[in-house]
Design a protein around this ligand. Structure first.
Ligand SMILES: CC(C)(COP(=O)(O)OP(=O)(O)OC[C@H]1O[C@@H](n2cnc3c(N)ncnc32)[C@H](O)[C@@H]1OP(=O)(O)O)[C@@H](O)C(=O)NCCC(=O)NCCS
Length: 163
């Protein structure tokens, strides 16, 4: 598996991964009915953000984007998102994307990485982030309307980079 910068021709494989995840509506605070064009605008963030794909040969297994969490006085903290194709999960793709993001943030001089909205019900993501060194700073009660579980908490998770 290789992680490399997203190229526009990857979109035809990235969109089905995003579409399945957003339509399900059980992980991200994204509009589950968004169009492909809206998803492209949302995911393919402009510079100084960065978008990558995890590939095995020609096959895209997963994708991540990363960017300053907030503008102005918040721009020294990075953030980002991960999506792995359902059939490629549990094989370390998320771990590799997470390590890539931390390395990118560190190399770019960010002081830390903040995830703003990790659904408390999203055990795979929470475990992955904790394994990468993130901690739950706090949880906003009931801030995520899970489609089957109802209101669940949203974790703010943080990884200091010591910059
Ligand atoms: C969260 C997500 C990105 C994790 O991606 P992933 O590729 O499955 O993550 P990993 O494979 O690195 O780790 C998942 C599990 O597989 C295990 N694993 C890692 N490499 C493995 C391997 N070679 N063989 C078997 N299992 C492995 C890990 O130990 C981990 O186990 P855990 O359940 O004990 O935590 C993925 O589930 C996803 O895309 N979910 C939907 C979107 C989403 O929730 N995104 C995050 C929103 S905050």
């Amino acid at each position: 598996m290789e992680i490399r910068a997203f190229e526009e021709h990857d979109w035809s494989q990235v969109w089905p991964i995003i579409e399945q995840i957003v339509r399900k509506g059980d992980t991200f605070c994204y509009d589950p009915f968004q169009t492909e064009a809206q998803a492209h605008d949302m995911w393919v963030v402009p510079s100084p953000g960065h978008v990558v794909v995890a590939v095995e040969g020609q096959r895209v297994l997963g994708t991540s984007n990363m960017y300053p969490n907030r503008p102005g006085p918040g721009s020294h903290i990075a953030s980002g998102n991960f999506m792995v194709a359902s059939e490629a999960r549990g094989q370390g793709v998320g771990q590799a994307l997470g390590e890539y993001l931390l390395n990118w943030a560190s190399t770019c001089g960010f002081a830390g990485v903040q995830f703003n909205a990790v659904a408390a019900s999203n055990t795979p993501a929470t475990r992955l982030y904790e394994r990468l060194g993130f901690t739950v700073i706090g949880t906003v009660p009931g801030a995520f309307r899970h489609p089957t579980l109802g209101p669940v908490g949203l974790h703010v998770m943080y990884h200091d980079l010591g910059a």
